[in-house]
Design a protein around this ligand. Sequence first.
Ligand SMILES: [Zn+2]
Length: 340
Amino acid sequence: MMRNLLVAFAIALAGAVVGCKPKESGKPKVAVSIFPLHDVTRRIAGDRLDVVLVLPPGKSEHGYDPTPKEIAKLEGTKLGIAVGLDMDGWVEGIMKSAGGSPRMVHVGAKVPTIPIDVEPIGEDEEHADEHGHDAHEGEHEEHEGEHHDEHDAHAKKAAPAPHDDHGHAAKGAPDPHFWMDPQRMSAAVDVIAAELTTLDPAGKDIFAKNAAAVKESLARLDADTAARVKTWSKKTIVTFHGSMSYYTTRYGLRIAAVVEPLAGKEPTPQYVAEVLAAIKRGQAAALFSEPQLDRRPAEVIASEARIPLGELDPVGGVAGRDSYETLITWNTDQLEKVLK
Ligand SMILES: [Zn+2]
């Protein structure tokens, strides 16, 4: 009898090993692309679901190549939550690599967005690619000589864009960084709670209660931030990539220029000259680099323009920015240092 039990145990163990299953909680697994959405999702889920973050802290949200170990972590995912709006399409690829076909929710498609409003100064950014594909380099060179007569947006739209299969980063397209506005994040909380309820109907009341608590906290954060920004004497900044428009729109700040309209794409000398002119024109108080991106172009421009260089973080997930609220507050702190 004992022997039979041992054999049964050995077979079960072998099965587990063959299946290569990592330690599982048994709870339905939900994968979330970036930290801000992950933080609110895990708080809404409480302990009913296993909520996994896909993008490791420190990486840019505009492109990500995971290690096999990180892919394996996503095996068995039932629900994927992403921003969408052509920002974090990499998450779908990772899910496929992990062997599943979870239901995907694109939160950005379900909350009110604003169009990308970066002026096409200097570079033909409409045809460039945020994901840093080298295939676009040639296209840029083609347009090098056309800067001066390329300022008509309609002419640009009419130009062929053979690689522009994502449709993102174009002026007028929905800006994906909605989470930087706590009010829009609050709308996202409702979207996420509804999706978690579809996944786990028995958790409905718990999700609703947790979502209400998160929304209360976001409302406090929003009111606190608005009250602080109101006291600042300066209102104009230069940001590193186009991640801050929702924040500045919500709280009445102004962005004079963006150093890298396409994250990870180094600005051309021509574009840098245009940014410097825009800093002067707009009397920008400071320039902000971002921890996920190369700081050097920002250092060069800030020193050239003789304005302070600060740092803003659209993603967080590190010490001191380990909740959505502390992330937003940290950014407000950075802005306050130079704008108050
Ligand atoms: Zn971004």
